[in-house]
Design a protein around this ligand. Structure first.
Ligand code: ZN
Ligand code: ZN
Length: 482
């Protein structure tokens, strides 16, 4: 530990870690550079944007048996959002990074790597790379601006500093190549973590967050659309963007005052089985539909995706397609896939089903990333039994999700009366099956029908009735029961 006086205001500035080269004075925000036992004033650092992070300087916790304390932070912004890199000092003297992006966390340490590393310009999402002797897949590649800093940091950052970083995943393993300082990247390796597992102390509580950010984190709150004034529900600090269901203006909620991003590009209204704000009771927990999106593939097939939120469980997607309903989870634990026809998730093997482009044709409500009509992603879909695994690829990012089928009855049970019953498929499709049998019967008997219409017709009519009437009675009985 080293104590110095702020060259600008004289307040004490503490360097807890030997690895820190700069610190931001808590009082006057001057960047203090530790330089060969002298300190220099590097000018004012921009204040961090008040966000909803539960972490703060001074938060402590435990990672794989070692205690740590948060000593600094850089806040970064790219076109799709904002993230925090928290600089932590471990009890054994090592420093690490706890990265926080829309509620997802990773814990990484700087590593040495002797091998040849790819250049930033050559990286593409989904590429496979062997890094530190293990296989990884490029997850996202981005250039971001540092918009603010706090506390102690191991390198010099300031206004105009740009981060050029690529993230890689393999199973739960996580690795960042950081090209910000030079073409030869720094390597940070670790894994995806849950905040709960770090057993943190001195987290910001709901009241502190509300005092600084105006609202409580993670609680669905109403907000007046800055474009038309109607009430829209969103989750402060978690969903950064909303599309007003009334006027369909695109609104950014990440700043303290919601701002209209795009009021010109408005989508037509769409009818959906579940509406925005629909409440579900799953187990004993209340979930709410906060975002609705319709997407279309190359063949013109349209399906609906519902973003469901629960303060402790986070996000779940419900997907309604012609083939039925699915429940979908975005994966932190990545499958093995090298671009071929097979992907392996844990012990499960999935085989490629389709490749297609998915385009957003309608969106309303709140989302945890920037959504707009016309957004396109490349999808590779895989199958194992009735489970689906999907890779969604854009120019900058690859994400994986896992879907399991969900019976329509389950949707009814969860959402109760808020479901538009007429839009859900009937409980049993036995009538439909019977219809197809009858069509089949007619097609197979088309030639005999032509030659001896009289007798064939009578036999066929009887056969069709024998198939259709019991199915019809069964479906009536079923309708009565539901
Ligand atoms: Zn100062
Ligand atoms: Zn509006």
């Amino acid at each position: 530990m080293q104590n110095v006086s702020c060259p600008s205001c004289g307040a004490p500035v503490v360097f807890k870690s030997h690895a820190s080269v700069m610190a931001v004075c808590e009082y006057c925000k001057t960047t203090v550079l530790k330089d060969a036992d002298a300190v220099r004033d590097m000018g004012r650092m921009s204040d961090v944007l008040e966000d909803y992070s539960p972490l703060q300087i001074g938060t402590s916790g435990t990672y794989s048996g070692t205690g740590f304390t948060v000593i600094g932070r850089i806040q970064l912004r790219y076109e799709g959002g904002l993230w925090n890199e928290w600089h932590v000092l471990c009890d054994d003297g090592r420093t690490a990074w706890l990265s926080e992006a829309s509620g997802q966390y990773t814990f990484t340490f700087e590593k040495d790597g002797g091998e040849a590393l790819p250049s930033f310009e050559d990286l593409r999402p989904a590429q496979s790379h062997v890094l530190l002797g293990q296989q990884f897949f490029a997850a996202d590649i981005r250039v971001a601006d540092c918009i603010g800093g706090q506390g102690e940091l191991p390198f010099r950052v300031g206004r105009g500093w740009q981060a050029r970083v690529a993230d890689f995943r393999g199973g739960k393993r996580f690795l960042t190549l950081d090209y910000s300082e030079s073409e030869r990247p720094k390597i940070y390796a670790g894994e995806a973590v849950e905040l709960d597992q770090l057993k943190c102390q001195l987290l910001r509580d709901d009241d502190t967050v509300r005092d600084s950010a105006g609202k409580i984190r993670s609680k669905v709150e109403p907000l007046n659309c800055p474009s038309c004034g109607s009430s829209v529900r969103f989750v402060p600090g978690v969903t950064r963007e909303i599309i007003c269901p009334s006027c369909r203006a695109q609104v950014d909620t990440s700043a303290r005052i919601a701002v209209v991003l795009d009021a010109g590009h408005r989508m037509a209204k769409a009818e959906t089985t579940l509406e925005l704000g629909a409440q579900a009771k799953i187990g004993n927990a209340a979930h709410e539909i906060i975002g609705v999106m319709k997407r279309r593939d190359d063949e013109g097939t349209v399906w609906t995706e519902y973003l469901m939120y629960h303060p402790r469980g986070g996000f779940t997607w419900l997907i309604e397609t012609d083939e039925g309903w699915f429940r979908t989870k975005v994966l932190d634990d990545w499958p093995q896939w090298s671009g071929g026809g097979n992907a392996k998730l844990g012990a499960q093997n999935f085989s490629k089903l389709y490749d297609y482009t998915a385009e957003v044709v309608f969106a309303a409500g709140a989302f945890n990333w920037l959504v707009k009509a016309g957004d396109k992603v490349q999808v590779a879909e895989f199958k194992n039994g009735s489970n689906r695994l999907a890779a969604e690829l854009t120019e900058h990012e690859l994400t994986w999700s896992l879907s399991a089928p969900l019976p329509p009855d389950q949707i009814r049970a969860w959402f109760g009366t808020t479901v538009k019953a007429a839009k859900l498929p009937p409980k049993t499709s036995i009538l439909k099956i019977a219809k197809y049998f009858v069509y089949g019967l007619l097609i197979f008997n088309f030639v005999p029908l032509l030659f001896s219409f009289g007798t064939t017709w009578r036999v066929l009519a009887f056969a069709a009735a024998a198939i259709y009437i019991p199915a019809w009675i069964l479906s009536l009985m079923d309708r009565e029961a539901s």
